[in-house]
Design a protein around this ligand. Structure first.
Ligand code: AMP
Length: 398
């Protein structure tokens, strides 16, 4: 059994996985850590068996609660914590130091701490989770699985920005890319569906959720991706603008007298689907309003689809040959209407959507016509399973 931990600044999400059978035995969420009332939800397989509100002081107390629940006579699934063979931690940023998942020792932890400036909102919380797990289960190995690692295979031409080169050399400003665990998971599944080995497939994977990114994968390796140094660029997202002309940022500061924090707030929290529509950041709300004839909802949908389509087109040119285009994450897996809009024009590079097959939500299926040279797949992502798999590989049990 592998325990997967995704530790946020005020939350801990966890899953216990049986890797050999790809089964989730237990999962849960601790929210509002450090606030007056914490919320603990614990599942045995799919069933919510425990839900309570009580204060959770810090991550260390949170991990102790997770262990107590896993060991509990009624709600638990283990008798001794040694049944957990390793803890796999989602770590958002590995900088340039980590190109794959690693066993965490003091040296790794030190490098992670030095990398926090690249992901100030996420990495400190991930580190808290690691320290808490080490404290609670001192003799169980911990493994870090990075969102950025899969993209470390990008060539210089893709990851260097056309800025003075010293920005890269002195400040580490380059494209890192994110959602790597998800892109890698669906790429492996797509290779299985194509009946080819992963190192022989060329793919464009579209992770479309509240945050979105598109990745070009050549011979199983990421060679370009739409998120960059941070998580604001690429396609338009729920509340994030995606690619915009940097002159707008200068104008916001110089003409509109906004502070850096105000600009950040606009680009990160008030833009994207929410900003355009003025309705919501949630694709379901936008689709509902569009059906009622709301013009701004329609515009938000069209802009979202346009930006995704442009990235797929650009990556089709970068890759040359493509085996499949993959849709995943909340919108990619479920939003068949938006998939239909996105895929308009894909015929030009041999990907033909079958509108009937496409009317599906949340299932692993091919949705292209039988005659389509380039396949189009819907593949539900499972980042936790990928983290579990990576963890099992690092400790040598897979
Ligand atoms: P994620 O960040 O992967 O959880 O994805 C969240 C996004 O998926 C939100 O914009 C949701 O509106 C969208 N989503 C979830 N279910 C559906 C659905 N049935 N149709 C369209 N979008 C959906």
């Amino acid at each position: 059994m592998i325990l997967v931990v995704n530790s946020g600044s005020s939350s801990i999400k966890y899953q216990v996985l049986k890797i050999e059978t790809e089964q989730t035995l237990s999962s849960g969420l601790i929210e509002r850590i450090g606030l007056s009332e914490g919320i603990i939800s614990h599942y045995k397989e799919e069933e919510l068996v425990y839900k309570k509100q009580k204060p959770v002081e810090d991550h260390s107390q949170g991990i102790d609660m997770v262990l107590k629940l896993l060991l509990h006579e009624k709600y638990g699934i283990i008798k001794d914590y040694h049944e957990i063979k390793a803890v796999g931690h989602r770590v958002v940023h590995g900088g340039e130091d980590f190109t794959q998942s690693v066993l965490i020792d003091d040296k790794v932890l030190k490098v992670l701490e030095e990398t926090t400036y690249l992901a100030p909102l996420h990495n400190p919380a991930n580190i808290l989770g690691i320290k808490a797990a080490k404290q609670a289960m001192p003799d169980i190995p911990n493994v870090a699985v990075f969102d950025t690692a899969f993209h470390q295979s990008m060539p210089e031409v893709a990851y260097i920005y056309a800025l003075p080169y010293k920005f890269y050399e002195k400040h580490g400003i380059r494209k890192y890319g994110f959602h790597g665990t998800s892109h890698q998971y669906v790429a492996n599944k797509a290779a299985e569906m194509l009946g080819k080995s992963i190192d022989k497939v060329n793919l464009i994977t579209c992770h479309l959720g509240n945050g979105s990114s598109i990745t070009a994968i050549k011979n199983g390796k990421s060679i370009d991706t739409s998120l960059g140094y941070g998580t604001m660029c690429g396609v338009a997202m729920g509340t994030r603008a995606g690619d915009i002309d940097p002159a707008i940022v200068v104008s916001m500061m110089e003409e509109m007298n906004m502070s850096a924090d105000e600009v950040k707030e606009i680009l990160y929290k008030k833009s994207g689907l929410l900003g355009i529509s003025g309705i919501s950041s949630d694709m379901r709300d936008i689709e509902e309003k569009d059906e009622q004839g709301n013009a701004r909802a329609r515009l938000a949908l069209d802009i979202f689809a346009d930006r995704v389509r442009k990235y797929v087109g650009a990556y089709a040119a970068t890759l040359g040959r493509i085996d499949a285009i993959v849709f995943t994450a909340g919108i990619g897996e479920n939003g068949w209407e938006i998939r239909e809009v996105i895929c308009r024009g894909f015929e030009s590079f041999g990907a033909i959507l079958d509108p009937e097959k496409n009317k599906v939500r949340g299932k692993r299926v091919e949705v292209s016509k039988d005659t389509s040279q380039v396949k189009i797949f819907v593949i539900p992502t499972n980042e936790e399973m990928m983290i579990g798999n990576e963890t099992a590989k690092v400790i040598g049990i897979l």
